[in-house]
Design a protein. Structure first.
Ligand code: ADP
Ligand code: MG
Length: 570
């Protein structure tokens, strides 16, 4: 008897990667093509995944990371081997640091040659290079493992505390052919990849007891709370507690900055005086003075809601940890909050009101001044007023002074609309975040950029124009890092280390790609240009000229820069 062997259809690594991503609901890839992943991008596009091609992998990675933050699905960044991979690594590390779910997929060179260091094209041991900067790192060595590899990467990125995951795909695995049926059977759809994590009832009871004992309670909202998309629960909890709240920068808008319980304008006062603090998805890192004096009272007691058990006690003792996902933890707290009889003292609320009023008056003096040239206050006031009429707009913000002033002056009214330098205080996220936000939401974006910060990702304005994204970039041009008026303390005509070109016409850059450039030197011009650019829904860049002498060394981080005494030459 003879057995007829039907020639079975074949598939290959490229197809299996695309099939696995689609099976898991991935609809967009951000990347830069080249050897060995060009065909992967082509095939993904042919198969209905949107491929957004960048000019630099760091921006592609930043776009993927912010897409992950906004959607709770891992953002995918695709790069070539060694140098392209390393360019993407800053974004991967930044995603891990900020708890954004992202997967960096890089093609890699021949393992046998790489491992013996025999000098391959783009030779690098990428898997080991990625490990310290990623939440998890995997390599797929056989095409039949692609399905499992992608499922593991997705789970690692979105479960528990989200983070950046590296997935290494050697060129020969992508090229390998296998039987199509075997390939199809090897694919894995990750079921419930970010399972709820319920807090223990004891932890909830302990937290409610502590909160009920508070005379001067305070709630801190972090970007973990924003990420969790538990917006109604956050509102209900804050309002039921009656406690003042302070949002971390990317949590601004979770409750409107106009909310009567917002104590943002009295931040230093409430941090220093609170006796019971509820941290909701916020870490006691440098951005919160590590929870210690002088910013905080040494006797304050903390309740911390976090999904990561090892975050607890990381900087100071946490009296009442509530480990679980924010939605579940808030639901559990809300169920008991009515009986807990939380009643902040009237003196506390009155003192906060007095501080808010005082600080608002001081701020108003700066905002109402009309200096010529503009300073950060007057320019940001114009931006604030236009954005107040456009609350749907995403705000991307980076720089030193541009970031610090922007955070304080630009009010947010809806959740997850402010995207900024985040946990690392990193520069270079601007265009990547703007593109990621525009692509995932289809909505409009205003990127408020220091002139130095803009330079790190500025070439992506070609990407913005090519995809016709509704992104408006405002370059706060004071001609320098921090400020533009420092002098060379040595010989020669070189500029000082912090100085950039004073007469730079950034608006002409976008004109090269068909976008609209605006050059403005006063608040009226800025208001008009921003309103027009937003109304057009088209790519635009506003070169906003401000005083080179405005801005402080290191922005609000003077204590991190002890040499800054040298800085005051002018
Ligand atoms: P911020 O900079 O706004 O203070 P951080 O990034 O420092 O915020 O802190 C975010 C925290 O939120 C992290 O400790 C992270 O573990 C936690 N987190 C992230 N997602 C969730 C979630 N879904 N549920 C609970 N905690 C979360
Ligand atoms: Mg500057």
């Amino acid at each position: 008897m003879t057995i007829e062997l039907e020639p079975s259809a074949q598939t290959d690594g490229f197809h299996l990667v695309v099939d696995a991503l689609k099976l898991n609901g991935i609809d967009t890839i951000y990347g830069v093509v080249g050897i060995p992943i060009t065909d992967l991008a082509r095939l993904a596009q042919a198969e209905g995944i949107r491929y957004i091609g960048f000019r630099h992998e760091q921006s592609a990675g930043n776009a993927a990371a912010i897409a992950g933050y906004l959607t709770q699905k891992p953002g995918i960044c695709l790069t070539v081997s060694a140098p392209g991979f390393l360019n993407g690594m800053v974004a991967l590390a930044n995603a891990t640091t900020n708890c954004f779910p992202m997967i960096l997929i890089s093609g890699s060179s021949d393992r046998a040659i790489v491992d013996l260091q025999q000098g391959d094209y783009e030779e690098l041991d990428q898997l080991n290079a990625a490990r310290p900067y990623a939440k998890a790192a995997f390599r797929v060595n056989r095409p039949e493992d692609i399905g499992v590899g992608i499922a593991r990467a997705i789970r690692a990125a979105v479960s528990g505390r989200p983070g950046g995951v590296y997935l290494d795909l050697p060129a020969d695995v992508l090229r390998s052919a296998i039987d199509a049926k075997t390939g199809a059977l090897s694919l894995v759809r990750a079921v419930d990849p970010a399972p709820r994590q319920l807090p223990s009832p004891e932890s909830v009871g302990r937290a409610l007891d502590l909160l009920a004992s508070a005379k001067r309670p305070l709630v801190i909202l972090g970007k973990g709370a924003a990420y969790a998309q538990a917006d109604e629960a956050v509102r209900a909890f804050v309002e039921a507690s009656g406690a003042p709240f302070v949002p971390m920068s990317m949590a601004k808008g979770l409750l409107s900055d106009n909310h009567p319980q917002s104590a943002a304008a009295a931040r230093s006062f409430v941090l220093g005086q609170a006796d019971v603090v509820v941290l909701i998805g916020a870490r006691l890192n440098w951005l919160l003075g590590h929870g210690k004096a002088p910013q905080w009272s040494p006797t304050a007691r903390f309740i911390q809601l976090d999904i990561s058990p090892t975050e607890i006690d990381s900087n100071r003792a946490i009296a009442a940890p509530v480990v679980g996902d924010i939605s579940s933890s808030l639901a559990a707290l809300l169920a008991g909050v009515e009986h807990a009889q939380i009643s902040p003292r009237a003196e506390w609320l009155d003192a906060i009101e007095a501080h808010k009023r005082h600080n608002a008056e001081r701020m108003a003096e700066h905002l109402d001044a009309k200096p010529d040239p503009m300073d950060f206050y007057s320019a940001l006031r114009a931006v604030r007023d236009v954005l107040a009429d456009n609350p749907d707009v995403y705000v991307v913000n980076e720089g030193a002074n541009t970031l610090d002033f922007g955070r304080n002056i630009i009010d947010m009214h809806t959740p997850r609309k402010r995207l900024d330098s985040g946990t690392w205080g990193v520069m270079g996220i601007g265009m990547g975040y703007a593109i990621g936000a525009a692509v995932t939401s289809g909505g409009r974006v205003v990127a408020i950029e220091g002139d130095s910060a803009f330079g790190f990702s500025g070439m992506e304005i070609e990407t913005i124009c090519r995809y016709k994204l509704p992104v408006v970039i405002i370059v706060f041009n004071n001609g320098g890092v921090y400020r533009g008026d420092d002098v060379n303390r040595g010989q020669g005509t070189d500029t000082a280390p912090t100085v950039l070109m004073k007469s730079a016409h950034y608006e002409k850059l976008i004109e090269a790609f068909g976008g609209t450039g605006h050059y403005v030197t006063d608040a009226v011009g800025l208001t008009g240009a921003l309103a027009e650019a937003l109304a057009s829904g088209k790519p635009a860049l506003i070169n906003c000229v401000i005083d080179p002498a405005t801005g402080t060394e290191s922005g609000h981080l003077k204590k991190l820069n002890p040499q800054s005494a040298l800085a005051h030459a002018t």
